[in-house]
Design a protein around this ligand. Structure first.
Ligand code: HEM
Length: 536
């Protein structure tokens, strides 16, 4: 009898909890926001699924303020923020209380294993502590010769491209070249391995396998919608269901991979190991391709490969795109490089040091301004791990016109942090970054003492930019990325002049997981940046 009463009470308690959870008052629901045009995809239709990354979040911010309501999948409400204090709270102050949403974590675990990008809380803090020394200033010094050596190789390869014509200049698509050099650099810096991608990716089976890994990521993202549907079902039934989701995603991803990816197919087809979870299958196929690092560090290597390659490659490509349109800045930067080189040789140094690179304010301003206008990840999502209250720098009105200076958030509700909007915010007709926030104007980082925003809040890892994210999960590779970008840009700018290609080629910010250039109207659907290179 006692057991029955206990069971009954526990059931009632659980039912009430589930009901309370579902019918709790949500302040986010009361906020204004743009109309939802797709019940299934919500505003991810605009944010992710169109070919081009648009300024929609910025336009929405101008209409509704720097914190407003968006819709996620299946009508789910999300809080979209570009407010400095709100972002600082979610990513820095209360960082571990805002973990990545479950389905993002599952995808990352399947592709990368249980690594820094997918784990949360104390596990994450531990991984971060272990990895931090690898990204310290003193370790980074050791990478500079790698950056330089690969950049020289890139210059030689590009000279071959230019020499294909007798005019001393040629139109070259820079995207594949930057993708190759960043792969070679990540291989050399993190595993002392030469992918030889600059020598032609087709020559290296392992480089191919890693490119396939990127495809895995894209394919896995494609099936994510089905998983989200399933997640919603389980959620409505009051189950978290992460285990079920894991096997569902693994099954579906494997099915897509088997039909889509030849190397994986070759490894899976006659093999009983098909029953392994996806992460092990991937580990297996990289192992079979003789990856020269221990199984334990595969996760780390895959993480760096995915987090550090296309991101840095795209950042260099966007910088060259802007420089190709701004000759005066190419000139200024070349003069600065020449001056810094002559100072180094007066000191008796044959090569530039990290301190020399740090001192190059013009080039650094060019890089920062490009990272501001082209945040390679245009947004990220988080989910409140507990009930919380997000403070705002700029109060926003709710649907009844009441001004809110903080937004209470329920456990489980999602937050979308818009980097594209934050990096250019304008609020109450006051421009936080300056009236010309939409323009590429590196001077803004040189004026005053490089104080770039009128916001009172410091966030981000470089110059108040959100591009490398911020706080406990901010990009661990930001210094590595800046140094790598700078080393490549120096070699390229010393050897070539960059100008737009002939004709009316319009470049758009392609939505390919990261923000990468695409030619408007091109049917190829691939990322590309044709630029005229002239040998100097
Ligand atoms: C311009 C280049 C880069 C950009 C714009 C960039 C951007 C970012 C962003 C926005 C995040 C946060 C992701 C999230 O929380 O969901 C991140 C995290 C991360 N990045 Fe980068 N990144 C760049 C280069 C690199 C490089 C070169 C490496 C490594 C060699 C790297 C390694 C990582 C790692 C390991 C994380 C996860 C950190 C954590 O969760 O604690 N990134 N990056």
């Amino acid at each position: 009898m006692f057991l029955r009463i206990l069971l009954f009470s526990v059931t009632i308690f659980l039912v009430i909890r589930v009901l309370l959870h579902h019918f709790r008052r949500s302040v986010i629901s009361s906020l204004p926001g743009p109309t939802n045009t797709s019940y299934l995809a919500g505003h991810f239709k605009e944010l992710l699924r169109s070919e081009e990354i648009t300024d929609a979040p910025l336009d929405w911010s101008a209409n509704y303020g720097t914190a407003f309501k968006l819709h996620g999948e299946m009508g789910m409400k999300m809080l979209c923020i570009s407010d400095p204090k709100a972002i600082q709270y979610v990513l820095n102050t209360s960082g571990y209380n805002f973990p990545k949403p479950l389905n993002d974590r599952i995808l990352l675990t399947i592709i990368l294993g249980s690594g820094i990008l997918s784990v949360e809380g104390a596990h994450h803090a531990r991984q971060r502590k272990i990895l931090n020394p690898a990204f310290s200033s003193s370790t980074l010094k050791e990478f500079l010769p790698i950056f330089r050596q690969k950049s020289t190789k890139l210059v030689n390869k590009l000279k071959e491209e230019v020499d294909r014509t007798t005019a001393g200049s040629n139109v070259v698509d820079l995207v594949p070249w930057l993708s190759r050099i960043t792969l070679d650099i990540i291989g050399a810096a993190s595993a002392d391995y030469d992918f030889e991608a600059l020598d032609g990716v087709e020559n290296n089976k392992l480089a191919q396998a890693y490119n396939n890994l990127l495809n895995c990521m894209k394919i896995a993202a494609e099936v994510a919608q089905e998983v989200v549907d399933k997640q919603t079902q389980l959620y409505l039934q009051g189950k978290e269901g992460s285990k079920d989701l894991m096997s569902l995603l693994a099954k579906k991803t494997r099915k897509h991979l088997v039909t889509n990816t030849s190397i994986v197919h070759a490894n899976l087809s006659e093999d009983p190991k098909t029953k392994l979870p996806m992460s092990e299958v991937l580990a297996q196929f990289t192992y079979e391709l003789h990856l020269p690092i221990s199984a334990g560090s595969n996760t780390k290597f895959r993480t760096f490969f995915l987090a550090g390659r296309e991101t840095t490659g795209s950042a260099v490509v966007w910088t060259l795109y802007e420089l190709s349109k701004h000759f005066e800045w190419q000139r200024k930067v070349r003069e600065e490089i020449a001056k810094t080189r002559s100072q180094a040789s007066e000191r008796g140094d044959s090569e530039l040091t990290v301190a020399d690179l740090d001192s190059m304010s013009q080039l650094r301003a060019v890089m920062k301004e490009t990272l501001r206008l082209y945040p390679i990840n245009s947004f990220l999502t988080r989910q409140a791990g507990k009930d919380d209250c997000i403070p705002l720098s700029y109060p926003v009105p709710n649907a009844n016109g009441k001004m809110l200076s903080e937004i209470p958030i329920n456990r489980g509700e999602r937050v979308l942090v818009s980097f594209i909007a934050y990096n250019r915010i304008i609020w109450s007709l006051k421009s936080v970054w300056g009236e010309d926030a939409d323009e590429w104007r590196p001077e803004r980082f040189l004026e005053g003492n490089g104080n770039t925003t009128q916001s009172q809040v410091n966030l981000g890892l470089v110059a108040n930019l959100a591009t490398f994210s911020s706080g406990v999960r901010g990009c661990i590779g930001w210094r590595f990325a800046l140094l790598e970008m700078q080393a490549i840009l120096i070699e390229l700018l010393e050897n070539f002049e960059f100008s737009p290609p002939p004709g009316n080629v319009e470049i758009i910010r392609g939505s390919t997981g990261t923000m990468a250039p695409m030619v408007k109207g091109s049917t190829s659907g691939r990322t590309q940046l044709p630029i005229t290179l002239t040998s100097l």
